[in-house]
Ligand binder design. Structure first.
Ligand SMILES: Cc1ncsc1CCOP(=O)(O)O
Ligand SMILES: C=C1C=NC(C(F)(F)F)=NC1=N
Length: 210
């Protein structure tokens, strides 16, 4: 969970395969394929890119997670799925993929408790900081939301997400997250390998302080 890179074709300035290769070389520990936004790939093109990215993750022994698209996840036999609060019935999804990684986006202790009780393997909490990558996010929360979840006894793995970069990743982990999830900080960086390495260094630094 330390450095969870998320991306789709629209997030990349160069070929997504190249960006992922570099990010993995820099130490990304988990990857999510999230093909979303105006003009994103669909059906055959989406599946073709997903297969490419899955192959690269397999070569690097990093789990490959699909965002939202359960059918794609099943057809690829991916390692897991990430769903939001409104992406269909989480209980039903958990029942259909009992042995896969299931990540759930949560925004407060109540949503977190429900997700854990249903059997979520990790929680995505955010947006921690302002982001322009996803336009329909809830209000920016700051890393205190992570502290609150821990204070309320949520012990499940948590990744913070939203506007996270090398400069603020430490605070998110120090607040109690197990890792950080980023799109822009890696995908828009002219050297995704260096971006990933910098994030990993900050997360590991914060691990020492806990
Ligand atoms: C998918 C998602 N969910 C909450 S914020 C966000 C976008 C995060 O993107 P970035 O790391 O570029 O801020
Ligand atoms: C909207 C999202 C919120 N959190 C996460 C993750 F970081 F994986 F937990 N992924 C998403 N796609």
């Amino acid at each position: 969970m330390k450095v969870y890179f998320i991306m789709g074709s629209l997030n990349c300035k160069e070929a997504p395969e190249l960006v992922l290769e570099k990010a993995l070389k820099g130490g990304v520990t988990l990857f999510q394929y999230r093909e979303k936004g105006e003009g994103c790939l669909s059906s055959a093109d989406k599946k073709a890119l997903a297969l490419q990215l899955q192959k690269i993750c397999r070569k690097n022994h990093v789990p490959f997670i699909v965002n939202d698209d359960l059918d794609l996840m099943i057809s690829l036999n991916a390692d897991g799925l990430h769903v939001g609060q409104e992406d269909g019935d989480i209980r039903e999804i958990r029942r259909r993929i009992p042995d896969k990684i299931l990540g759930v986006s949560v925004h407060n202790a109540e949503e977190a408790q429900t997700a854990v009780q249903i059997g979520a393997d990790y929680l995505g909490v955010g947006p921690i900081y302002a982001t322009s990558t996803k336009l329909d996010t809830r209000d920016v929360m700051g890393f205190s939301v992570v502290k609150e979840l821990r204070a309320k006894g949520i012990t499940a793995p948590i990744v913070g997400i939203g506007g996270i970069k090398e400069e603020n990743a430490f605070d998110v982990v120090e607040a109690g997250a197990d890792g950080v999830s980023v799109i822009t900080a890696i995908s828009h960086h002219e050297d995704p390998e260096r971006a990933a390495r910098g994030l990993l260094q900050q997360v590991e630094e914060a691990y020492k302080e806990r």
